[in-house]
Write a protein that binds this ligand. Structure first.
Ligand code: ZN
Ligand code: ZN
Length: 575
């Protein structure tokens, strides 16, 4: 965030505090920092307030801004500070901390409001006259975030350079709310969360399970074409495996407590990699077999604090479209190029066209030889260059065991989401003593590449839902067609139509409930069904159908075979 905007936001926090002081004179003041889109201030108010009081505070703020009040900074002694804030218990606490840390104490005066603050601030409230701001929420917050402290009242505001930018942001926020995958997920009956099952553990409902299957079937096809082999590994494994892989030592905070079975410790798997290594190591490998590409829809479990869990995008158990490529040094370049190609193709098929790409290079602490790092980094860079993809170098941002490419997709609201990772690894081959017999008969260590294209199926589906606001493309829609008879009389014909469509491999639902036609159509619209077929007297007689297309409405009478031909083509084209 630009410093200027940050300064404006923080200055608004002071203005808000002044407004609160005017309206609720006995208020005790906490702190008022900036946030990602604005600011907040924590108050200990003499009486409780709610969102309804926000317009009043806003109005008071605008009055203060009009007065062109200057922000005056002053350094004061510890004694003076204590005197100024003698009635402000929270400020006194902060003053003690400043003293303890031997920091200079500075205060800012704005009209009648004096605050303990480091700054910086704008010169005067004149600079706020064209700023677009809005108070959005009242919430409770413990002083210093600790439950042992008193609960204060936090007022959140958002602010942007001008009114237009604020409006734009509010529209986007409104749009994002409508697209919230957690709401869509239950409305479209795709997945559920249940307290008794546990936080961060989604259950896929029939329609959601089909969606997963459509996605994984598509990936199966693509990966088969790309020469992958499939693996299925267990969900728990002996702790020894994770000790060898290093996960127990370096990744422990993400792993759940061991499970004891017959005096041996087992861990829920946080990764699939060691299993794939074991498959590789199960035989003596020759250079002739390489590259080997092992893929798995591997479900992993990682510890996340309950506070950070969020719908499908932050969960405790999720399925990666994981794969490991084991190849020679010489093959690495081509393999990586093919991986980038495949990733972009797959992401584009799902409708994503904007990417943010990062190439993360060698950090200070690393393993492996510099020459291998250089070779791998060059291979990653060349792949991106050859594909003419724009990317940023994340200098030193690689893992200690190898460089990587991260691809984030941008959704229809321009929000980036981490998806593809292509990661070279010099660590696991060493730890597991992976080798192959080369042409010269000598044993050599192969290169291992970890990669996930979508990342996690859960998060990817969450992003898909928000990207399309729930109106998934035809090929991904769990229910593609609803067949609706206009009345009981035409049920038989409707069933015939539905059967023909089903036999053609389409996902069809008969809507034969005793409800009005308009109610069913409205429900289909809410459920974002791509096509609704309505049949009545005319259609039955002429052996035709009447088609309603999502977003377009009634598109008229149609020959059934022609309809099938058209939508089959659409599905084939992944529309
Ligand atoms: Zn300040
Ligand atoms: Zn891996």
């Amino acid at each position: 965030m630009a410093q200027k905007l940050k300064t404006i936001r923080h200055s608004l926090a002071h203005v808000m505090a002044h407004a609160v002081l005017n309206l609720y004179p006995k208020t005790k003041f906490g702190i008022g920092p900036t946030t990602e889109d604005g600011f907040y201030y924590d108050f200990d108010l003499p009486s409780s307030i709610s969102d309804k009081d926000l317009p009043k505070i806003e109005k008071e703020m605008k009055k203060l801004i009009k007065k062109n009040l200057p922000f005056k900074k002053e350094f004061v002694s510890y004694q003076k500070a204590k005197e100024i804030f003698k009635d402000q218990l929270y400020k006194l606490e902060l003053i003690e901390e400043l003293k303890k840390n031997k920091e200079k104490i500075s205060i800012y005066t704005l009209g009648d409001f004096v605050d303990l603050c480091r700054g910086p601030h704008i010169k005067s409230t004149k600079q706020l006259q064209n700023v677009g701001f809005k108070l959005v929420k009242v919430a409770g917050a413990y002083w210093k975030g600790s439950e042992e402290n008193p609960m204060l009242t936090r007022i959140y505001g958002i602010a942007f350079e001008n009114e237009n930018k604020l409006k734009e942001y509010l529209t986007k926020l409104e749009e994002a709310k409508k697209r919230d995958h957690r709401i869509l997920g239950s409305k479209l009956e795709l997945f559920l969360f249940d307290e008794e099952i546990g936080a961060g553990l989604p259950v896929w409902l029939p329609k959601g399970a089909i969606l997963r299957k459509i996605i994984t079937d598509y990936l199966y096809q693509e990966l088969n074409k790309a020469g992958y082999q499939w693996i299925v590994s267990p969900h728990i494994a002996n702790i020894k495996l994770w000790q060898t892989s290093g996960h127990w030592d370096f990744y422990r905070e993400n792993i759940y407590s061991p499970i004891e079975i017959e005096n041996e410790k087992y861990l829920l798997k946080p990764m699939n990699c060691p299993f794939h290594v074991k498959v590789y190591n199960s035989k003596v490998r020759s250079y002739k077999e390489l590259p080997l590409r092992y893929a798995e829809f591997g479900t992993v479990y990682r510890y996340e604090k309950s506070g950070v869990l969020h719908g499908l995008t932050r969960v405790r158990g999720f399925t990666q479209d994981d794969a490991h490529i084991i190849c020679t040094k010489e093959q690495m370049e081509k393999e990586i190029l093919n991986l980038v190609k495949l990733a972009i193709k797959v992401l584009k098929t799902f409708g994503f066209k904007d990417f943010e790409i990062y190439l993360a290079t060698r950090p200070k602490k690393f393993i492996g030889t510099i020459s291998n790092w250089q070779k791998a980094t060059k291979a990653l860079r060349q792949a991106l260059d050859k594909m003419k993809l724009k990317y940023e170098i994340d200098k030193g941002g690689g893992a200690f065991y190898g460089p990587k490419i991260d691809i984030k997709i941008k959704d229809s609201l321009g929000r980036p989401w981490q998806c593809t990772t292509i990661q070279v690894d010099f660590n696991l081959p060493q730890r597991f003593k992976m080798e192959y017999v080369d042409k010269d008969g000598k044993k050599k260590e192969p290169i291992m590449i970890h990669r996930a294209l979508l990342g996690s199926l859960e998060r990817f589906i969450g992003v898909l839902l928000e990207h399309y606001a729930g109106a998934l493309p035809l090929w991904l829609s769990p229910e593609q067609i609803w067949v609706i008879p206009v009345s009981e009389k035409y049920k038989k014909y409707a069933k015939e139509v539905a059967k023909i469509l089903k036999d053609k491999g389409l996902r069809v639902k008969m809507k034969e409930e005793k409800e009005t036609l308009s109610k069913k159509i409205r429900e289909g619209e809410i459920q974002k069904i791509p096509y609704m077929i309505v049949v009545g007297e005319k259609e039955r007689k002429r052996k035709t159908i009447r088609v309603r297309e999502r977003k377009k409405g009634d598109t008229g009478e149609m020959d059934l075979n022609k309809f099938i031909e058209q939508i089959k083509l659409k599905i084939e084209r992944k529309n």
